[in-house]
Design a binder for this molecule. Structure first.
Ligand code: WT7
Length: 641
């Protein structure tokens, strides 16, 4: 496969960028031409940001799995599509070629059909990082079912809320998942999530850990049995046929829940054609992917990074993508380096939090590890600090691998601001330049557009790129008010950024009440709601503080009137409550018990003060005269932990 639209030089980037902004229709039409369509689109782009209404390739008909799998079969049937590295390095690797992937996806699509799943139905996927997770996701896409993958770290309560919000009738899960030294009982969590649920009709259970699970008659079925039967339906004389369902360009492909500044996560909706074109285009260009390269994105498929850069982006480009079940520090902190050596990885795409955590183990885990195969390094999910950037550059890339710092969001579907590996310049801690098709602006508080270099403001985008969020599931108004009303006619990212004299962007972090803990997005209101569920908690306020490894840590101020146990015990109980309500990823790192919270006369909590205290600033807290009880600030500062 030749990548006709791969940018090779800085001049080509400048040209492509200019063309994409001046003539978006013809620019994107040319790229879309390279895909397999059942029917060509009628118009490239129709949009307004007021409703918002955004349609790319409207009238076009296609199926994304034909583009990610079928079209590669003739020339690349035997090429590895997915290389699976198990949690336990002593277990056997599995290499899934494009033809094998085709067979399994067809088979699983047939399983879904056999179980009553139809186009447009929502299928919730709650699995560990096994190849079957890829088959489940792509099997849904094959028949036009809308997948909603939920990260394995979320609790039963979180799953229950998402099942209701999406009115999902089907679940695909595993008995359990291996992650480092732990076995996580996924089916158990699903069983808890289903207590009282009236909409789910079927749960398909893949066996991974062979942990005992309850299987409810009429509701739960085994993956293996279903696949065995489906095989007899889709395969005849060694030929696999399972027609893909024809989809409209703007039919929903998936829902992915993410946190915002309210207590309730929202279902971000992406659609078929625009998402496909964008993940492909950004994949081949950001990483300068060449045929034969082995791409290793360490994210979990439960997050958007895994959707876009383990599955859809690489597969649409006919690439080889590594799917890793485990964690970077198990059985030891050399695990990534072993994997790189074992598969001769060329592209490593990971998060700053992983880099910082591995940095903490020193250079010993790198000794004797051959990292010569690496050509390109990437980072994503949060701002990368200078120290981590240089460590990555020196000790992993050996100063010969470009580092791409890719800024984007669940809502953007794919990378929006990044340098292109080896093509456009890198600058440590800067995501640098926009992708072709992306028109960023910085605005001040009043929505005034800031021109020129050396300015900072809130980051917005002026016009749609193909994989922009289309709606929030079941609540279009929420999509409008969250992203399109803060600054009229602009998409508001929720991030602050600065632009240097060369037009390079540096993302400075969220400007709303969203935390970014180890690259995971969590709303402060969500954590507060969970803490407040604990008996004895009167009120709480959650803020971020700088954390050496996680980037941001969660600092909770809690007013507690319960009497049970000592403070340490109560902290553990509160943490257990948060784990139960959201999941372990949202547990506060620090809990300080306080006599009151700093509130204005109108009852608004002054988070600015709480953030300063959490950051370690106990004097210079700014103006506190508007507070109802300024004295409480000194008490809080004195009790800082
Ligand atoms: C938020 C989006 C991007 C996929 C994974 C996270 C932050 C993301 C960067 C970066 C600085 C970054 C932003 C953004 N972020 N990438 N390269 N530099 N910050 O997706 O969970 O939707 O989170 O992550 O704050 O808004 P997400």
């Amino acid at each position: 496969m030749e990548y006709k639209h791969q940018i090779k030089t800085l001049e080509q980037y400048n040209e492509a960028y200019k063309e994409s902004i001046e003539n978006p229709d013809s620019f994107w039409a040319q790229i879309a031409e390279t895909f397999t369509w059942r029917k060509k689109w009628d118009s490239v782009l129709n949009w307004n940001f007021t409703e918002p209404k955004i349609e790319w390739f409207s009238g076009g008909k296609l199926n994304i799995t034909e583009n990610c799998i079928d079209r590669h079969l003739e020339t690349m049937g035997n090429k590895p599509a997915i290389i699976w590295e198990p949690n336990n390095p002593d277990e056997r690797t599995r290499v899934v070629t494009y033809s094998r992937l085709h067979k399994r996806v067809c088979q699983f699509a047939q399983v879904l059909k056999n179980n009553g799943v139809k186009k447009g139905d929502r299928v919730c996927i709650y699995m560990g990082m096994v190849p079957e997770l890829a088959y489940a996701v792509l099997g849904c896409a094959r028949i036009g079912a809308i997948h909603s993958v939920i990260f394995g770290g979320f609790s039963a309560q979180s799953i229950a809320d998402r099942l209701v919000d999406a009115a999902a009738e089907y679940i695909v899960t595993c008995d359990g998942a291996y992650r480092g030294g732990k076995d996580i009982p996924l089916k158990d969590v699903i069983d808890d999530a289903l207590i009282g649920n009236k909409t789910v009709k079927r749960v398909i259970v893949y066996t991974r850990t062979r942990t005992p699970v309850s299987m409810i008659k009429g509701r739960d079925v085994w993956w293996e049995d279903e696949m065995e039967y489906a095989e007899t339906q889709v395969e005849k004389d060694n030929v696999v046929t399972m027609p893909a369902t024809e989809m409209d360009a703007e039919d929903p492909l998936f829902i992915l829940y993410t946190s915002g500044s309210t207590g309730k996560p929202k279902g971000v909706v992406h659609t078929c054609a625009g998402y496909m074109v964008w993940t492909y285009y950004t994949f081949i260009n950001t990483f300068n992917y060449n045929q034969g390269d082995i791409h290793f994105c360490t994210a979990d498929i439960g997050w958007i990074t895994g959707h876009s850069y383990i599955l859809y982006g690489p597969l649409s480009a006919g690439a080889t993508s590594v799917l890793f079940e485990g964690i970077p520090t198990w059985p030891n902190a050399g695990r990534f380096w072993d994997i790189i050596e074992k598969y001769k990885i060329n592209i490593l795409y990971t998060a700053p939090t992983a880099i910082r955590s591995l940095m903490g183990f020193g250079l010993e885990p790198l000794e004797g590890k051959n990292l010569d195969s690496l050509k390109i390094l990437g980072t994503v999910g949060e701002p990368i600090n200078e120290e981590a950037w240089h460590w990555y550059d020196e000790h992993i890339g050996k100063k010969r691998c470009p580092i791409v710092d890719t800024w984007w969001q669940t809502e953007t579907g794919g990378i929006l601001i990044t340098n292109l590996a080896g093509v456009t310049p890198a600058k440590p801690t800067y995501a640098t330049l926009p992708m072709p098709g992306v028109d960023p602006v910085l605005v001040d508080e009043n929505g005034q557009i800031l021109e020129g270099g050396n300015v900072s403001g809130n980051l917005c985008i002026r016009s749609p790129w193909p994989s922009i969020i289309r709606t929030t599931w079941g609540d279009h108004e929420r999509c409008r008010t969250t992203y399109f009303t803060t600054y009229p006619n602009l998409y508001f990212t929720g991030d602050g950024a600065l632009r240097d004299e060369n037009g390079f962007y540096r993302i400075t972090g969220r400007v709303d009440d969203v935390l970014n803990v180890s690259g995971h997005r969590i709303g402060t209101a969500e954590v507060e709601n969970a803490i407040n569920m604990h008996a004895g908690v009167v009120e709480s306020a959650v803020v971020a503080y700088p954390h050496d490894i996680k980037g941001q840590g969660i600092y909770a101020y809690v007013i507690f009137n319960g009497k049970h146990g000592d403070a340490e015990q109560t902290r553990k109980d509160i943490n257990a409550t948060v784990s139960r309500i959201i999941g372990a990823i949202a547990r506060p790192d620090k809990i300080q018990f306080v006599p009151g919270l700093p509130k204005t006369r109108s009852g608004k909590i002054m988070r600015r003060i709480l953030r300063k205290i959490a950051e370690g600033e106990t004097s210079n807290l700014g103006d506190t005269t508007t507070l109802l009880d300024p004295g409480v600030v000194d008490e809080i500062a004195a009790g800082k932990i």
